[in-house]
Design a protein around this ligand. Sequence first.
Ligand SMILES: [Zn+2]
Length: 276
Amino acid sequence: MSPTLVHVAPHPDDEAVGCPGALLHLLDRGWTVVSVVTSLGFSGQWERRRAEAEEASARAGFVPAFLDPPLNLDLDGDLDAATRRLGAELPAIVEEHDGSIVVSPSPHDVHHGHEAVGRGVQRAMAALPPDVRWWMWGVWGELPAPNVFYGFDQTVLDRALHILDAYAGELERNDYRPFLTGRAMANAVTGSERVFGFGSPSATTQPYADLVTEVRLVDGRFMASDPHYLDQGPEPDAEYSVDLTPWLDAPSMHELVGYIREVREAGATGRARPPS
Ligand SMILES: [Zn+2]
């Protein structure tokens, strides 16, 4: 049986944005990629967004899966309840597919829905076998300690863009396609040093890269693997020497200073008033 990676998306489209190059690479190497979509937006959007997610998975070659009913990740919903539900339900999904890597946003990904899902995955990891690895990506919040580097070329980026293109409704609101390209370009440059250490030379001749933070639970602690290229490991006897538990458990920005970037009313922009 082929090894399986389970991607956990807060919203339909996150699987196309978080670390799509890395997902496609494992797919090409024979992995099964299960794309779990945990929420579908407002109830009037469920049908459209589910159909878009199914189309995206079909384009990618992923196995689509949906939480039923979807999580309520609205700011005015019960985000703690969403975290608890994901923590309770995800282990069975991962075990059903015999997943050996779980991928999600980090619990510090700033967007309230991403953080709720990241914290839910963190809880779920405690109920999974200790050899299951957790990959975190950062979209709204930069990862402070990425440790896996995957450089890729235009062909892979084009495939990721084609998957993202399935989300016509979301792209209409805000077009993430340039972000996918620009972020991957930035990762190829800064990722060399963010993963392998400041002062390191360029880690790739490819124009684009995905970065993730990989941890494993060792004696109840979330330990980071040594910095490596995606294809290089980690080896079975790899060192997991850095304890990232204090970072994962640390309060989020919104817990420290309150929500400052959340738009509560439909049509509101969150734009500051001009100075008087
Ligand atoms: Zn999202």
